[in-house]
Design a protein around this ligand. Structure first.
Ligand SMILES: Nc1nc2c(ncn2[C@@H]2O[C@H](COP(=O)(O)OP(=O)(O)OP(=O)(O)O)[C@@H](O)[C@H]2O)c(=O)[nH]1
Ligand SMILES: [Zn+2]
Length: 219
């Protein structure tokens, strides 16, 4: 049992956790690979394909392994990455910009990906630089909606870091808007979540947004 086990709510951060912080292997995954294989074979038949032809014969298995990989975050606890903190006399803003992420939209199960930018105002403790991207990876590797993902990252960091403020901005390109449906390649979806001082104080919010967007940067 980890020290966090008792903290899990039934909802946003802890659903179906096996507490495997690495969690990249398909072996031992909680995903039901055989069920996905059967379902993919059914889809192939339904669209009019022959699932037994040479090129497709391994496809159900590949897709099953792919889903186990891209949805592994359903079985991981993002809080594990924030357990180790350093006491640091630093009360200025910390910003991590251009963290790449990739996720799957829960509406169409098509990928969306882009960059996340995170800033926080510490209250005496900071986390290792790599931990914020790790948290984003866990929360991204689930069927998601970009707004929900943005808010989950902000809420988790706010709660776990005891921060005075958290700002999260995400820029995503959604395949469901490019390869199908409205077919608008090049459009970027931008979402943000401000917590604490970033929400309360306009000047602080403007400061973080100018840091994130950066002079001369294109969003
Ligand atoms: N707000 C938001 N919408 C999303 C996200 N990912 C996908 N969508 C949208 O979810 C909507 C689902 O709309 P529906 O009308 O139920 O589905 P649809 O008929 O496939 O819609 P079209 O994409 O317009 O063809 C679409 O407008 C998608 O563009 C997201 O992260 N956030
Ligand atoms: Zn979609």
């Amino acid at each position: 049992m980890t020290e966090h086990e008792d903290d899990f709510p039934a909802g946003a951060f802890g659903e179906g956790i096996d507490r495997d912080p690495g969690g990249t292997s398909v072996e031992g995954s909680r995903v039901d690979l055989e069920r996905i294989r059967r379902a993919v074979r059914e889809i192939l038949v339904a669209v009019g394909e022959d699932p037994d032809r040479e090129g497709l014969v391994e496809t159900p298995d590949r897709v099953a392994r792919m889903y186990a990989e891209v949805f592994r975050g359903l079985h991981q606890d993002p809080r594990v990455h924030l357990a180790k903190r350093f006491t640091q006399k630093y009360d200025e803003m910390v910003t991590v910009r251009d963290i790449t992420f990739s996720s799957f939209c829960e509406h169409h199960l098509l990928p969306f990906s882009g960059k996340a930018h995170v800033a926080y105002l510490p209250s005496g403790q900071v986390v290792g630089l790599s931990k914020i991207p790790r948290v984003i990876d866990v929360l991204s590797r689930r069927p998601q909606v970009q707004e929900k993902l943005t808010e989950q990252i902000a809420d988790l960091l706010m709660e776990q870091l005891d921060a005075l403020g958290i700002a999260v901005v995400m820029e995503g390109v959604h395949s469901c808007m490019t390869v199908r449906g409205v077919q608008k390649p090049g459009s970027t979806y931008i979402t943000s979540a401000m917590r604490g001082r970033f929400r309360e104080n306009v000047a602080t919010r403007m400061e973080v947004l100018s840091l994130i967007h950066g002079a001369g940067r294109s969003m």
